[in-house]
Design a protein around this ligand. Structure first.
Ligand code: BES
Ligand code: MN
Ligand code: MN
Length: 462
């Protein structure tokens, strides 16, 4: 049987080229102008799965973008790994902050990626990480080491809430049955400090609208005499946090899982440099809920952030006006036991009730999902841990992430299986930001590590 690293070094040039071709297609799910490109990407994923060795590959149409399903069943009595990933990407704006066009991938060296990183939208989130699994399948098939069954489910609407995937999963429980779900759509601490993501935060995303007078008014003639929706909205938003940076929505913390002192001490062992963190972001201080460390604030604590705010005159020069309306988009990151629908209702009631007389407030829920925590005493986690140990020469650190993949908790609910989050990106890879990139080393390391997961998971199951 040909050795894994040998196969990778023989084919790495092609592995990178194939990924670059996939990254050239602007599969922006949020923007309808790109719908043809999103569909082209689905077709290209289908083709790649067929070439990698899947026996069945289907494009499942939905109300939105299609789901690409593939499988290679070698023996019904062996375990089945279900791989999930997404082929859609975030919009690339603001374009002028990119050093090279987002859909014309280039390889550039960086401090953290001395062997080069591929710069393109989706390089890390999630085309690059999803494609590692396609190439790992090719490797296992070609070198005769695929030890179990594998199913792929690659969607095109993760970045817009996975609504159609939720329907597909509920309607295809039998087809998607599996022993473990494997996802690479998160990150790790550093290339020499491997980690496995053991938690994701939940999410509630809402849009708010404050309406004052029925039209825009002269800010001199009416200023001081009517409620200014922008003044009111910003005051209402400011009131959502108290002086300790805790969220003031009544009931918001009721179900928050509090970690024990022991669990917090365990978390604090993960290597982290506050100085390096501040330096990387060019900030002189961190900011957040009193009584918690930075790593706790962005992983085990719930948060509320304004993602965008607009209204009134924002063009060149000055216009003296009191706008009729003001708007904001707000996200709340949730932790285990907080129910996203319940939190959305709490927010809506509180925000609508906290409006003063003279304005009307409307809260429109967007999307959301539950948080997720994966236990580490399972075969799945142990197999993943041993796989990293084999290829990194070090035991990976279990670490909860602040990001969200809302569909993961639904997988557990509908399919009854746990998810293992083997992410190979770095926080500094700039996902959702200009100049997103993915280390070539990370990409190849992922392709190398994944086959060991399959091997150990199968061995530990028998
Ligand atoms: N892959 C990310 C989530 C992620 C990244 C989790 C890094 C942990 C570490 C995913 O594509 C994403 O962006 N999720 C969204 C939520 C979704 C509903 C739009 C998020 O976290 O904002
Ligand atoms: Mn992603
Ligand atoms: Mn994303």
């Amino acid at each position: 049987m040909q050795n894994i690293t040998e196969y990778i070094s023989q084919h790495k040039k092609r592995f990178v080229e194939e990924l670059i071709n996939l990254l050239k297609i602007p599969s922006i799910s949020a923007d309808n102008a790109y719908s043809k490109d999103v569909l082209r990407t689905a077709a290209s994923v289908k083709d790649a799965l067929e070439k990698a060795g899947c026996d069945v590959v289907e494009i499942h149409e939905t109300e939105g973008y299609p789901i690409v399903y593939g499988e290679k069943i070698i023996n019904e009595t062996l375990p089945t790994v279900l791989v999930y990933g997404h082929y859609d990407v975030q919009p690339p704006d603001p374009l002028d902050l990119w050093n090279s066009p987002p859909f014309e991938p280039v390889i550039q060296k960086t401090d953290l990626h001395p062997e080069g990183a591929i710069f393109a939208r989706g390089a890390c989130d999630d085309k690059g990480q999803m494609y590692m699994h396609v190439k790992a399948l090719e490797l296992m098939v070609e070198t005769g080491r695929l030890p179990c069954n594998v199913k792929f489910m690659i969607e095109g609407e993760e970045e817009v809430g996975s609504n159609n995937l939720a329907i597909y999963v509920a309607e295809n429980r039998e087809k998607l049955s599996n022993d473990i779900i494997l996802i690479s759509d998160t990150g790790m601490i550093a290339n020499d400090i491997p980690s496995i993501t053991t938690g994701l935060r939940g999410l509630s995303y809402v849009e708010v609208e404050v309406t004052g007078p029925n039209r825009d008014l002269h800010s001199g003639l009416y200023g001081g005499a009517v409620a200014n929706p922008i003044n009111i909205l910003t005051k209402m938003i400011a009131g959502l946090h108290d002086e300790n940076n805790r969220i003031t929505i009544p009931g918001f913390y009721d179900n928050v899982e509090e970690l024990s002192t022991g669990e917090r001490a365990e978390m604090a062992k993960a290597p982290f440099s506050l100085e390096a963190y501040k330096k990387a972001l060019d900030i002189d201080a961190v900011y957040g809920e009193k009584g918690y460390t930075t790593n706790e604030r962005n992983a085990i604590r719930p948060t509320l952030d304004v993602n965008g705010i607009w209204g009134g005159y924002t063009g060149e020069g000055a216009k003296t006006v009191i706008a009729s309306k003001a708007f904001a988009k707000i996200s709340m990151r949730l932790v285990p036991n907080q129910d996203w629908k319940e939190i959305t209702t709490l927010f809506k009631n509180h925000f609508e009730n906290s409006a003063p007389e003279g304005v009307k407030v409307k809260v429109t829920p967007h999307h959301g999902g539950q948080g997720y925590v994966t236990p580490i005493d399972t075969i799945g986690y142990k197999a993943a841990s041993k796989a990293y140990e084999t290829t990194f020469g070090k035991k990976p650190i279990p670490q909860r992430s602040g990001g969200s993949i809302p569909i993961v908790s639904l997988f557990e609910q509908e399919l009854g299986s746990k998810t293992i989050l083997m992410g190979f990106g770095l926080d500094s890879d700039a996902i959702h930001s200009p100049n997103e990139h993915f280390g070539v080393w990370n990409y190849l390391k992922g392709i190398e590590t994944i086959p060991y997961f399959y091997q150990y998971f199968t061995e530990m199951n028998s």
